[in-house]
Design a protein around this ligand. Sequence first.
Ligand code: GDP
Length: 300
Amino acid sequence: IGRFRARLNKGDSWLTRDIGSFFKADVLSPDALEELETRLLLADAGVEATQWLVERLQADINLGRIKNEKQLRASLKKALVELLAPIAKPLQIPPFIKPYILFVAGVNGVGKTTTIGKLALRLKREGKSVMLAAGDTFRAAAVQQLETWAQRVDVPILAQGEGADSASVIYDAVQSAKSRGVDVVIADTAGRLHTQSHLMEELRKIKRVLQKHDPYAPHEVLLVVDATTGGNALTQAIQFHEAIGLTGLAITKLDGTAKGGILLAIARRMALPVRFVGLGEAAEDLEPFDAEAYAEALIG
Ligand code: GDP
């Protein structure tokens, strides 16, 4: 929790700044809810999540439960946890699925490569053997960058030349993992093709190729989104989910933004498990998403 709070807020809570001044004697100012509403909307929590939270507060006010700052914080925290807990579902890799195929999608720049590297390290530390598949074959730089991460966290990587067929790179990696007894294959995928429909078609094709051999593969379809892009992160999540069917999200760059409200919007709109959050650029800066810790960090 301490780490979350330190990384997320940098000592400044966009949500609860000065909320002590919302009270006169033990009466909450009539403008307080409006102010909280504005703060939530400015942090990209979205209209639905914001309204839902404000209604929860209003209910507690009506019951006479919010008479001081401490009670307001407690009420806010309870509502936030209620909103976020259903999407805080860590990635569970069953030991009997081997190799477990983890497909990682995301638009260029969101932190996809970094997240793959961090994830490889995390799984390795949990005692799993990991192999990377360099499926973003459209940019030579993407393959190089993934190779750098593979070296840094010391896991094998399967790559082919620029322009190679992404589906066959990933398929070959899975075959190689099978013969070597590797536990988890993390497959990188293209982040931008000529058009968005090309991108989605490419991703669907990879899924089809994998499913020919195992109807349940890939076992996790993780989309990486960038919290600093606010509403775009939600739009991307909705579009990718419609096109390829996601099973989880990783939300990056929560350390560098006052727009952490996007998690609230995602919770309200998508009910899609948030597996991980990125809290920095280093290999260790990926944490499982914890609703309680996050709510606590927002409250400050
Ligand atoms: P990709 O194009 O999606 O593969 O993105 P990269 O993995 O290359 O990341 C783009 C930039 O975002 C790099 O400078 C990363 O160091 C940075 N980045 C990735 N994740 C995080 C994070 O959680 N926090 C911060 N502050 N930076 C991040």
